[in-house]
Design a binder for this molecule. Structure first.
Ligand code: SAM
Length: 355
């Protein structure tokens, strides 16, 4: 219904105002509707076409690309994990791919610079092999382009999406993709003896928010068991106080620098400014979590950092997040970022600094 109205609005606009730009947008599975809502709030009318239900969609915005980039960076979205421009579209076939190679070879701004080639495909893609093989095929066919293909620190990103019977591609600066990983999906290798997958969330927060964990000294980890986050903080050289009524993993029980309090977070008492880092991954009712955490914020020194996961049990996550942010802001916490990380499931991560 909405799409129908929006299309009608487009048709009525005078020709000089019909500015369009198109994007492939990605969110965590099930959260595409919230990413669409974020775009709607930023850009007004948005026409959406699903590529992968709940996760990947094409958005047509009535804004110029520069304006889209500016507004997105000014107000970083929570659920829109990754965005890539569609500047080239063709049929999904070898002939389409050959035309894409010609098109990209003519993008002179790429000449002599470091370029990442990100390739994704849908489950029913015309391209039967792996995305990696498609990347290799394209790289071989871009021989005339004297770009340096790289994974790290590219000046430009070429993003290609091979759908069922269509091929989409675009070229962008990495910061305009909202994430420097292909589709915003950062993957870490599971370490030997890794205590929990939860550790990946803090590893991702470190990279995504550029958090200098090595610079902190004394952390409190609320809801710490079995100890993935605690082990990460110990590895970064911090002293850690772990609070959880549940048992910590045996490998942590005598770890140097670790104090374990087998208690409910509502029962612990800390001194003023005892910690310069507070982390909480309690996976609990968000409002009760916020109440418990705000009750402990006196122990975080001014300038200290807090990283908290917020479970989204609610039907209206955007309203819930707004309410929680207001609660923390009322406690002298400045929000640095609120984002659903790739490793967050039904939750988001809040990164805050106390003033
Ligand atoms: C998702 S797990 C935490 C995983 C942990 N971050 C890791 O990396 O291994 C959530 C933990 O929160 C704890 N928890 C829930 N409510 C709590 C409370 N009121 N006080 C302290 N811990 C609590 C649970 O016992 C559970 O161990």
């Amino acid at each position: 219904m909405n799409d129908f109205i929006e299309e009608a609005e487009e048709r009525n606009a005078p020709p000089e105002e019909q500015v369009h730009s198109r994007y492939i947008c990605t969110a965590n599975h099930g959260f595409a509707p919230y990413a669409q809502e974020e775009l709607r709030r930023l850009f007004g009318a948005v026409k959406s076409t699903l590529l992968l239900p709940g996760e990947i969609f094409i958005a047509t915005l009535q804004h110029k690309p520069e304006e889209v980039n500016r507004l997105l960076l000014q107000q970083l979205p929570i659920f829109l994990r990754h965005i890539q421009p569609i500047e080239f579209q063709d049929e999904g076939s070898l002939a389409g791919l050959e035309r894409l190679a010609v098109y990209l070879s003519r993008r002179s701004e790429l000449e002599g610079l470091k370029v990442s080639l990100h390739v994704r495909k849908s489950g029913d893609s015309f391209w039967q092999e792996s995305p990696g093989e498609l990347r290799e095929w394209l790289q071989e066919h871009l021989g005339s382009l004297s770009a340096e293909f790289t994974v790290h620190d590219p000046a430009w990103v070429i993003s290609v999406y091979a759908d069922g019977n269509a091929l989409y591609a675009g070229v962008s600066r990495p910061e305009h993709n909202l994430s420097s990983w292909n589709g915003g999906a950062i993957r870490f290798r599971k370490e030997d003896g890794q205590i929990s997958r939860a550790k990946f969330k803090l590893m991702e927060a470190e990279k995504e928010f550029d958090i200098p964990f090595y610079s902190f000294k004394n952390a409190v980890d609320i809801g710490a068991s079995p100890g993935g986050w605690t082990s990460f903080l110990l590895e970064r050289g911090l002293k850690v106080t772990a609070v959880d009524p549940a048992l910590m993993h045996p490998s942590l029980r005598n770890a140097p620098g670790l104090k374990i309090l087998r208690k409910n977070a509502g029962e612990v008492k800390f001194r003023e400014n005892e910690f310069d880092l507070l982390v909480c991954d309690m996976s609990w009712s968000p409002k009760l979590m916020a109440k418990l955490v705000t009750g402990l914020l006196h122990s975080l020194s001014p300038g200290g950092t807090a990283i908290i996961t917020v479970k989204l049990m609610h039907k209206k996550p955007l309203a819930l997040i707004k309410e929680l942010i207001a609660m923390f802001e009322g406690e002298r916490m400045q929000i640095q970022r609120a984002k659903q990380l790739f490793h967050n499931r039904d939750e988001i991560t809040l990164y805050m600094i106390k003033y």
